[in-house]
Design a protein around this ligand. Structure first.
Ligand code: NI
Length: 395
């Protein structure tokens, strides 16, 4: 049987050169033209039939196993962030203001490597692999666009696998939990209307700034007083805009922010309390409020069977790892949850930080960088998990 780690390590120069090429040429969501072109070229060089333009700039290819079995979807995200890179690395972004600061350059290079690994054993593969290179993960609807373009059909997908390199944890750590691992995310906007007036004559105005300030404070009671202490939720007000002049009470203010939850009943409670508190506080202050909730991603929930497959694969090929089997790992969100919501699967976290080398800045930081030794580890684990899942589902 193939030794995925040894083979992935042999491919390290390839994976690293791909990763650095993507890193030097980052592209924002739905602008991944060059990246998609490189991906398509590499997949075609394996003799695969490649479909481009799926969900605008996504790329899809199939590896048909010689034996019958399930179709496993493997997904990597390709987009970068509007951040100006400050790593000083020789392979730093050549595009000012755009940076691969989340590791999606790694994900794309890892999946190209997995394509080589699994393509090399296609004669023994009991099932098929749908390689999915997704655009626009960073809050821009990339996964939904690919689903709308039919990525889960023709052939129908039986299980989904994705991964994130994870700089919150060191190299050697693996997060392979069943159940919820990343939060459901939503945005909100609140517009509070009062009555404008002179800053020195407040009794003739209705001050929306004061109402908004009370709203910000009162919303903090949802997590501290309404959420069961053993469950998780976040309510963050992140913008507060109002007023133009020091001596004018403005007629309205606008607030926005984000809500994060895992559990659907907690989510429903948070949204209900949110509206009650905003409306109650605002009307008590003589103002009116309009609230808009924007659902962004569902919680990312790993299928127990797929989680066991990943754990078995990790124990076999990366036995020295610290394998964390209980999540969740972050209140951050991930749009792969839309695919996993329709076809259960597994999202693997692969520790990538190296404190001794100074490679431990968090995701989305302008100095974000990781230990490239994670690349073959992640590729081998993803390939081995795919095979585990196929054997599990056919056997
Ligand atoms: Ni990311």
């Amino acid at each position: 049987m193939i030794d995925f780690l040894t083979e992935a390590q042999k491919l390290f120069p390839y994976t690293q050169s791909m990763r650095r090429d993507f890193h030097m040429h980052p592209e924002l969501g739905h602008q991944e033209i060059r990246t998609a072109g490189v991906v398509a070229r590499e997949l075609k060089s394996l003799g695969l039939e490649v479909t481009t333009g799926v969900g605008k700039t996504g790329v899809v290819a199939m590896i048909e196993g010689a034996k019958p079995g399930p179709v496993i979807l493997l997904r990597a995200d390709m987009d970068a962030l509007p951040i100006h890179e400050e790593t000083g690395a020789e392979y730093a972004s050549r595009t000012p203001g755009v940076m691969h600061a989340c590791g999606h350059d790694a994900h794309t290079a890892i999946l190209l490597t997995v394509a080589k690994l699994l393509h090399s054993i296609r004669q023994e593969l009991p099932g098929s692999v749908k390689l999915v290179f997704q655009p626009a993960e960073e809050g821009m609807g990339g996964a939904e666009g690919m689903i709308a373009d039919g990525v889960l059909e023709n052939p129908k997908v039986d299980a989904t696998l994705g991964l994130h390199i994870w700089n919150e944890q060191p190299l050697g750590w693996l997060g392979l939990a069943a159940g919820p691992v990343m939060a459901g995310t939503e945005g909100f906007q609140i517009r509070i209307r009062g009555k404008g007036g002179h800053g020195a004559i407040p009794h003739l105005a209705v001050d929306p700034i004061l109402a908004g300030a009370h709203v910000v404070s009162a919303l903090q009671s949802i997590v501290s007083r309404n959420t069961p202490p053993l469950q998780a939720a976040v309510v963050s007000v992140t913008t507060f805009h109002g007023g133009e002049a020091f001596n004018v009470i403005p007629p309205h203010v606008e607030l926005s922010g984000t809500i994060r939850t895992f559990d659907l009943s907690v989510r429903a409670m948070v949204l209900r309390r949110f509206d009650e508190i905003v409306q109650g506080v605002v009307s008590g202050m003589g103002c009116e409020a309009e609230i808009e909730h924007i659902r962004m991603t569902p919680a990312l929930i790993n299928d127990p069977q797929a989680a066991r497959a990943a754990q078995r694969a990790a124990q076999r090929i990366l036995p020295e790892s610290h394998i964390e089997t209980s999540g969740p790992f972050t209140m951050g969100g991930e749009d792969f949850a839309f695919m996993m919501e329709q076809v259960p699967g597994m999202f693997l976290f692969v520790g990538s930080a190296n404190h001794e080398k100074g490679l431990s800045y968090g995701h989305h930081h302008p100095k974000f960088d990781f230990d490239e030794a994670v690349l073959p580890r992640a590729a081998a684990l993803l390939a081995a998990t795919t095979l585990e899942l196929m054997e599990n589902r056919t056997g």
